[in-house]
Design a binder for this molecule. Structure first.
Ligand SMILES: C[S@@+](CC[C@H](N)C(=O)[O-])C[C@H]1O[C@@H](n2cnc3c(N)ncnc32)[C@H](O)[C@@H]1O
Length: 213
């Protein structure tokens, strides 16, 4: 079956600011040869843009199976252009009981927490907590609420649009995410303001914590 190359204008808009944060959070000085797991790669545009610009990282895109044919088109194009640190995308639904056997050092996910239903958000944190090493970073980009409050009128409208589409979706509150993160062994170490009322939250896997199974 012919697959057409997917395109997200939002990715085009946010990839530059996101790259600037990733260069700061995962610099070559401390992350040479780090293996980054991307959850919910979507079109693959972020992976295709970041990998050649962060050549000291190995970037592993993943998503639910039905996203992969389109995602592959972006990844193959970037690899053909020389991004040999970009891995072929593989299937990973965070709800699947067994995640792929991958050694990872850091994780990244964009615009997923408000799309995933809550059990998937829980599974994302739990799964990463099980797999990231001590000091490993998890960068999560998207819109978030703080103490029950939206950060903009446009996010209020976006949240109600999401919940009308599917009551399981919706902009997550940092106060709801923090218990999940903490139970998975993470501590929030940074919260970057991003364009269009988005944020990049950065959690670090803490050493020597007893994890909630
Ligand atoms: C709005 S798209 C974001 C895609 C891309 N990261 C971006 O920023 O354009 C939401 C993504 O969340 C992914 N997603 C939703 N539920 C998921 C799950 N259970 N496991 C893995 N990914 C999931 C979707 O497959 C989709 O790629």
């Amino acid at each position: 079956m012919q697959v057409s190359k997917p395109f997200s204008q939002a990715c085009e808009n946010n990839k530059g600011p996101l790259l600037a944060v990733l260069q700061q959070v995962l610099p070559e000085s401390t992350h040479r040869n780090s293996r980054v797991l991307e959850l919910g790669s979507g079109t693959g545009q972020h992976a295709a843009f970041f990998a050649p610009r962060l050549p000291w990282l190995s970037w592993q895109p993943t998503d639910q199976a039905h996203y992969l044919p389109g995602c592959r088109l972006w990844i193959e194009e970037a690899r053909a252009a020389g991004a040999d640190n970009l891995q072929a995308p593989i299937v990973l639904d965070v709800l699947q009981p067994l995640w792929p056997e991958l050694e990872i050092d850091a994780a990244y996910s964009a615009n997923t927490a408000h799309i995933m239903h809550w059990p998937a958000v829980e599974a994302m944190f739990h799964g990463l907590g099980q797999r990231l090493p001590s000091q490993g970073l998890f960068c999560l980009y998207g819109p978030f609420r703080y103490q029950g409050q939206h950060t903009s009128d446009s996010n209020v409208r976006f949240d109600s649009y999401l919940r009308q589409q599917d009551p399981g979706m919706g902009i997550r509150d940092l106060d709801e995410l923090e218990p999940l993160a903490s139970a998975a062994g993470f501590q929030l170490i940074a919260d970057h303001a991003m364009p269009a009322n988005n944020r990049t939250l950065v959690w670090q896997r803490q050493p020597h914590l007893a994890l909630t199974k």
